[in-house]
Ligand binder design. Structure first.
Ligand code: UDP
Ligand code: MG
Length: 317
């Protein structure tokens, strides 16, 4: 691992005009401080304010340090970061938010961790400076990811992260449309780690995530990780069927002991039969879901494996 590996910093920008000047300055000085080669790639995610103009000017002033990619419309943070990944030329790739909640001064810390030999470096925000609503939303997201993936990282929401090039390439090979980058990265990571980073209030402007966007993100995350919700249908159906059958047997026994009058002339029996059928329907839906889940997996066509390095010569070359 070379100390001079180039570092690419990828920053998605959506209507951040008031933060950009400071962001650019602080990023430049943090990256120059590291010594090696670096580039900062800003991806403008269809901003409707002065952001693209400010970015263009900055890139004109520092053409070999600052690169800009302007998307034609707003595609969302993760798509913007992916666009930045595709542009990045560095061996180490760092992502960062544009709102200065995570100080660019932490970049060297992450890069150092990568150089120690980790391929994914996440970060935990301490202390976290966000609105109560945003904190609760994150808590739910983190808890559910941990549930489905096992605890690998504590904070999936924090986008101040660093990756080795091969991880980023693996992510870029995923064809799926709903991506949650930190989770995808962990799928491919061999030795992920975390560092603590400080977190401040948004410098200015408002969080670009409203309730609806967060709910969407949560669904992206859940469906990208697991088809377990589909299986719930089968389990649920099985339980209802089981109750129906037990109820039916119970009724039959009681009917034999107490006579037709006790069973309200067959009404209970009807219910028992109904339960069995409802349950069977759920099981059927669950099975359909299992197939759907498999189709979904195949359509996503995630790479099944990823070769990190090759040694030796191919015959004929
Ligand atoms: N962002 C983006 N496109 C969007 C929403 C957000 O590129 O549609 C960028 C935004 O400019 C910022 C980062 O993603 O750099 C994180 O957004 P924000 O700070 O609003 O999210 P939060 O801190 O609340 O998670
Ligand atoms: Mg933010």
């Amino acid at each position: 691992m070379n100390e001079n590996d180039m570092v690419s910093v990828v920053i998605p920008v959506f209507n951040e005009e008031s933060n950009l000047e400071e962001l650019i300055q602080r990023c430049l000085s943090a990256c120059s401080g590291m010594g090696g080669k670096f580039e900062i790639i800003f991806v403008d995610d269809g901003s409707r304010d002065k952001s693209p103009g400010i970015l263009k000017k900055a890139s004109e002033q520092n053409p070999d340090k600052i690169r800009i990619a302007i998307l034609n419309r707003n595609y969302g943070q993760h798509s913007a970061v992916l666009a930045g990944f595709a542009e990045a030329a560095g061996e180490i790739i760092v992502t960062l938010d544009a709102d200065l909640q995570n100080p660019p001064e932490e970049i060297p810390k992450l890069v150092a961790k990568i150089r120690e030999g980790h391929d994914v470096v996440g970060s935990v925000r301490v202390p976290r400076n966000d609105s109560m609503f945003r904190k609760i939303a994150s808590l739910i997201i983190n808890l559910s990811v941990r549930k489905v993936t096992g605890v690998i990282m504590h904070d999936y929401g924090c986008m101040l992260r660093a990756y080795r090039r091969h991880i980023v390439e693996a992510i870029l090979q995923c064809n799926e449309r709903s991506t949650f980058i930190p989770v995808l990265a962990n799928i491919f990571a061999a030795s992920p780690t975390e560092v603590e980073v400080s977190h401040s209030r948004r410098l200015s402007g408002e969080s670009k995530y409203n309730l609806w966007k967060l709910v969407n993100l949560q669904f992206d995350l859940l469906t990208s990780m697991t088809t377990f919700p589909l299986r719930l249908l089968t389990i649920f159906g099985g339980m209802i069927s089981f109750c129906g059958i037990t109820f039916g047997i119970f009724l039959m026994v009681m009917r034999i002991i107490h006579g037709a009058h006790w069973a309200v002339e067959g009404v209970f029996t009807l219910f028992a039969i109904l339960f069995v059928f409802i349950g069977a329907q759920f099981i059927g839906m669950g099975l359909l879901g299992e197939y759907l889940g498999r189709i979904y997996h195949d359509v996503r066509a995630r790479p099944r494996y990823f070769i990190k390095e090759r040694f030796g010569r191919k015959p004929g070359n």
